[in-house]
Design a protein around this ligand. Structure first.
Ligand SMILES: [Zn+2]
Length: 412
């Protein structure tokens, strides 16, 4: 076993073990009693249900991640990558087509193997807790649309990256980086206007109290609000949410129909204020800049690794190729990914506090924002007392109780 193999094996196994440890700590913390302040929102029954939801999801996560790790290790040590490569090489398709086929088969194979897990999650777990609204027909059409998008968008992008690495020598990483940045910018416009409407219906919210209040609030912070949409989130789940997407003319605020049903107008203004806070505080732009820098760093490190024969020996490969290098690099990158994910989550939690603060100050109504957050968490059976270590690894939003504490302290 060479050094690359040792590093990747340790990285995969330790990532798995660290996540299990975080889960165990998180489950232990479930013993906490329902706090007085939430007594009006949760009864003992619904509180117990939220704890059970976490237990069931955690156990299911263990099953999925154990299976996933075992699958990778078995495929790796049985020389699966080389067997697949040899089969594809028999067709003499050239490096780009072979690469798209090689990565395509790995991705499709993994998706197919994990399809039953996704079915179980939707139709058994989410169903048991009363969340699932996805019909079999919607599930199937979602899956088909996902495949079409992956092939239609992911395929050509991958082909272009492989082509550049084959043709542009030492500058390949810069050319690929620029390509991916252009792709990311185009997607900022395409996702809200073209891709998301493939999966959901977006309707401008109708005239009335809600629209009037949202418009008045937007005018008060000089935000040119043109698009507020109601999304039929209830098509898949009774869970609720709201989000902000896009730039320029394509920017829009989306409220799930389930959110509109479950909240009062002042609470919805609070939710909208939080989302606008993200925009006004430039969180969306900053996130895009970070994503751009991250991809540049990744392509640079990738370019350093692609020529290392040891990386290919680690996976028993007879031939060195850019496409296989891409796959192995993604595994070698696991520790960097792991730590950058933690840093990004920390940064995201900081932004969430800032957006909450923005919402409180601009609406001068911390009570409605607090109510909205509590209801959201209670309705979605969120975990009220996650373990700090679990939060460190997994939470892009601060735990509910921490947000409430800060909101109460913020003077409007
Ligand atoms: Zn937010």
């Amino acid at each position: 076993m060479n050094l690359f193999a040792v590093i990747i094996l340790i990285a995969l196994v330790s990532e798995f073990a660290i996540n299990i440890l975080a889960d165990v700590l998180n489950l232990r913390k479930l013993k906490t009693d329902l706090p007085e302040s939430l007594a009006g929102y949760h009864d003992q029954n619904s509180y117990r249900k939220s704890q059970e939801y976490l237990r069931v999801n955690t156990r299911f996560g263990w099953l999925t991640s154990t299976f996933s790790l075992a699958l990778i290790l078995v495929f790796w040590f049985l020389g699966g990558f080389n067997v697949l490569d040899q089969i594809i090489r028999n067709y003499n398709l050239g490096p780009v087509s072979s690469g798209v086929l090689f990565i395509g088969i790995l991705v499709a194979g993994k998706a197919l193997i994990f399809l039953p897990f996704s079915i179980y999650d939707t139709f058994v777990i989410e169903e048991a807790f009363g969340f699932n609204k996805t019909s079999v027909k919607v599930f199937i059409t979602d899956t088909v649309k996902g495949i079409v998008l992956a092939v239609g968008i992911g395929g050509p992008l991958l082909a272009v990256i492989l082509l550049f690495f084959e043709r542009t020598g030492p500058y390949a990483w810069i050319v690929c980086w620029i390509t991916v940045v252009i792709f990311m910018l185009i997607m900022q416009f395409l996702v809200p206007s073209v891709i998301m409407p493939l999966f959901n219906t977006f309707e401008p919210i109708e005239e009335g109290d809600l629209k009037k209040s949202l418009m008045e609030y937007a005018a008060s912070i000089a935000f040119p609000l043109t698009h507020v949409f109601r999304m039929d989130g209830s098509k898949r789940s009774s869970k609720s949410n709201a989000f902000f997407t896009g730039f320029g003319k394509s920017k829009r605020i989306v409220l799930y129909d389930t959110l509109i049903e479950q909240h009062t107008v002042p609470e919805l203004v609070g939710v909208l204020a939080h989302e606008m806070g993200h925009f006004k505080l430039n969180h969306i732009k900053k996130n895009l800049v970070i994503a751009i820098l991250q991809s540049g760093f990744m392509f640079y490190i990738l370019s350093l690794c692609l020529s290392r024969k040891g990386l290919f020996d680690a996976f028993y490969m007879e031939h060195v190729s850019v496409y296989a290098g891409l796959v192995f690099f993604s595994m070698l990158f696991t520790p960097v990914d792991f730590f950058s994910h933690i840093l990004m989550n920390m940064y995201s939690r900081k932004n969430e506090y800032e957006a909450d603060r923005f919402a409180v100050i601009t609406t001068q109504d911390n009570r409605s924002i607090k109510e909205a957050l509590i209801k959201l968490s209670v309705n979605n059976l969120g975990n009220l007392f996650p373990h700090p270590f679990y939060v460190l690894l997994n939470y892009s939003h601060p735990p509910l109780m921490d947000r409430i504490y800060r909101i109460e302290k913020t003077i409007p």
